[in-house]
Design a protein around this ligand. Structure first.
Ligand code: SAM
Length: 190
C-alpha cells in the first residue's frame, strides 16, 4: 500500500503488523523506560509519529490517562484501521488518529507536550523537513523524542562470520528507500 507519496520500505501488510507487534514485545520495556526518563505525566498531550498499528500510542495512553490526549499520526490506512479497532474496543475517547506523513500533516500549532517517533526517522528522506514540521506543533517547553537504531552497535564477536556484513547490508537497504539506518547517530539537525 502506498503511504501518501512514499512507500514504507518494510511493507504494509498483516505480516509487517505482526512483526511490529513482536518488535514491540522485545523493545517495549526500553521505550517505557525512555518515557519514565522524560517524566511523561497524566494529562499530557502526546503525538506518536509514524505510529504504525499503535503499540507506542497504547503505552502513552496508559501514562497520560483519561485526562490526557494521544494522537497517532500514520500514513498507512491499514495500520491505522487496526489501531482504530483497539481504540474502540477500549472505549478510549481521547485517542485521535490522523492519516498522513509528518511532513505534510495538518497538526495543531503549539499543542503537544511530547512528540515521539520510534523507528520512523530512519526511513525519512528529508529528516530536517520532517522535524521542522513537527516542531511547529510542540507546546513551548515541550519535548521531541526519537528512538531509533544505530547499526554500528550491532556486532557479533568474535568476527569472521556472515554477520560481519549485516550492518552494511542494512544500511544499503535503508538507502534504497531514501532513508538512513544510522540516523540515530547523527549529531545535529538544521
Ligand atoms: C518501523 S514502523 C514503526 C511503527 C511504530 N512507530 C512502532 O514503534 O511500532 C515505521 C512506521 O513509520 C511510518 N512512516 C514512514 N514514513 C513516515 C513519515 N514520513 N511520516 C509519518 N510516518 C511515517 C510507516 O508507515 C510505519 O508505520
Amino acid at each position: 500500500m502506498s503511504t501518501s507519496g512514499a512507500t514504507y520500505l518494510l511493507g504494509v501488510n498483516q505480516q509487517e503488523l505482526e512483526r511490529l507487534e513482536f518488535q514491540h514485545k522485545v523493545w517495549g520495556a526500553v521505550t517505557r523506560k525512555f518515557f519514565s526518563r522524560l517524566h511523561v505525566q497524566k494529562g499530557w498531550k502526546c503525538l506518536d509519529v509514524g505510529a504504525g498499528p499503535g503499540f507506542v500510542s497504547m503505552d502513552l495512553r496508559s501514562l497520560v490517562g483519561a485526562e490526557g490526549e494521544v494522537t497517532a499520526l500514520e500514513p498507512s490506512e491499514f495500520f491505522l484501521s487496526s489501531f482504530e479497532e483497539r481504540v474502540a474496543s477500549n472505549g478510549w475517547t481521547n485517542v485521535k488518529l490522523i492519516q498522513g506523513r509528518a511532513e505534510e500533516a495538518d497538526l495543531p500549532p503549539r499543542h503537544y507536550d511530547l512528540i515521539f517517533a520510534r523507528w520512523v526517522i530512519a526511513f525519512v528522506p528529508d529528516p530536517d523537513r520532517f522535524l521542522a514540521r513537527l516542531v511547529t506543533s510542540l507546546k513551548p517547553g515541550g519535548i521531541i523524542a526519537i528512538e531509533d537504531y544505530f547499526y554500528e552497535g550491532l556486532s557479533l564477536l568474535p568476527r569472521g562470520g556472515a554477520w560481519d556484513r549485516m550492518p552494511e547490508i542494512v544500511r544499503a537497504y535503508y538507502r534504497s528507500g531514501g532513508g538512513d539506518a544510522d540516523i540515530a547517530g547523527r549529531g545535529s539537525f538544521h
